[in-house]
Design a protein around this ligand. Structure first.
Ligand code: DOR
Length: 429
């Protein structure tokens, strides 16, 4: 594998406390030097002057729809979409068809990813068989097969006793449980946030309480039985519950997604089904609380919840449309534009939430540019302004509410294990 020298970029590597102009050398798939000035005979260098050089991003939460829905996404297309967004490692959720609830299904994802993936893929296995909440899946065997975490994402684990057992098992394997917090009785039949707006536009609402009541339950379970990671936090009260729990020393971590700090429920006023997502977009007050949570460390991670859906499931009346939006190709730019540019979050803190923190939660030896680590590296032009055009996404699905948005920050290079997969903003694979 060729050597790659990246010169003059602003290297931000929170794990090694580096933020400054450095040169980065990649040899045989690893980072072999990060220094102030490196020269290398015969190897042309990439000039990254004015650019950010970051550890490849890690997405704890995505949906690749493989197996089962190749019309929406595959491991081939999803990993290319991820690479375009600067993600070099992604976790894919188990709500596929069939569900990833057996060791064979975990192995299928891993072998398909090895065959055709452009980035590293880590399968998240189901907690319960068929995501039905009735019987625990073979967690130990799935862990042995390569599952990185467990989640019934898309569905909550409604039965607290079941969740307790899952936490106890998962603690033995050192793998986190990722909890989709939704109390179905409260959410039932809703399609947007329950508010004055839902009444005004005549859509059935989902109260924020349906998320918060389960966050409260999971905090209590985590206090007794071990680590819980809360997926896609969207409400102010959830942030406050988690903040207080952390202060008490409860073992709990959480993520939010770019749409929860970039959009309010106003995005669905015109019935844009691309903005229909679960949990639903909330009020301005909630968005501000999410940003405060990111800032003070209550929210550990930014994950995409990349959820591809085809036009047939989105181009229908709002109530019948599928929940979810694609996210890989806009996540970093939304964070740079809405958090870093506005000074809500320092760049180093932002990078942390996309790299070393998810790596720690997942016990992954990634998310850093330390010498010796896997050469998963990205180069980003932080100032490049671009207009989001979902038609150009590498993802098979185009269900983004951000079409037409002007964002800052473009991924120019994505290097995975020393292999350049995106160059000058274009896929090479
Ligand atoms: O909006 C969502 N879409 N939320 C989820 O929890 C699941 C996801 C999907 O699989 O489409």
């Amino acid at each position: 594998m060729a050597k790659i020298l990246i010169k003059n970029g602003r290297v931000i590597d929170p794990a090694s406390n580096v933020d400054g102009v450095r040169d980065v050398l990649i040899e045989n798939g690893r980072v072999t030097a990060v220094k102030s000035r490196l020269t290398l005979r015969q190897s042309p260098a990439i000039d990254a002057k004015g650019m950010l050089v970051l550890p490849g991003l890690i997405d704890m939460h995505s949906h690749l729809r493989d197996p089962g829905r190749p019309d929406k996404e595959t491991i081939f297309s999803g990993t290319r979409s991820a690479a375009m967004g600067g993600f070099t490692s992604i976790c894919c959720m188990a709500n596929t068809s069939p569900v990833i609830d057996t060791p064979a299904a975990v192995k299928y994802v891993l072998s398909k990813a090895a065959e055709e993936g452009a980035v590293n893929v880590y399968p998240v296995a189901a907690i319960t068989v068929g995501l039905k909440g009735e019987a625990l899946a073979e967690m130990g065997l799935m862990r042995e097969a390569g599952a990185i975490a467990f989640s019934d994402d898309g569905n909550p684990v409604a039965d607290a006793g079941m969740m307790r057992k899952a936490l106890e098992y998962a603690a033995q394997f050192g793998a986190p449980i990722i909890s989709h917090c939704e109390e179905k009785g409260l959410a039932h039949g809703g399609s947007m946030n329950e508010s004055a707006l839902s009444t005004a536009i005549g859509l059935p609402g989902i109260p924020a309480l349906s998320e918060e009541i389960m966050v409260a339950r999971d905090i209590m379970l985590a206090e007794e039985f071990g680590l819980v990671h809360i997926a896609h936090v969207s409400s102010a009260k959830s942030v406050e519950l988690i903040r207080r729990a952390k202060r008490r020393g409860v073992k709990i971590t959480c993520e939010t997604c770019p749409h929860y700090f970039s959009l309010t429920e106003e995005a669905v006023r015109n019935y844009d089904t691309n903005a229909k997502v679960n949990p639903p977009l909330k009020s301005k007050k909630d968005v501000q609380a999410i940003i405060r949570g990111l800032k003070d460390g209550t929210i550990d991670v930014i994950a995409t919840d990349h959820a591809p859906h085809n036009i047939e499931e989105k181009n229908v009346e709002f109530n019948r449309a599928a929940f979810g939006m694609v996210g890989f190709e806009t996540a970093l730019a939304l964070a740079l534009t809405n958090l870093a540019e506005t000074k809500a979050l320092k760049l180093k803190n932002l990078v942390k939430k996309f790299t070393v923190v998810p790596a720690q939660i997942l016990n992954l030896n990634k998310g850093t540019l330390k010498v010796g680590s896997d050469a998963d590296v990205i180069i980003v032009d932080p100032k490049a302004e671009w207009t989001v055009d979902p038609a150009k996404f590498a993802s098979k699905s185009k269900n983004s509410p951000f079409g037409g948005f002007k964002l800052n920050g473009k991924v120019l290079y994505t290097v995975v294990g020393g292999k350049v997969v995106v160059k000058n903003g274009k896929l090479l694979v």
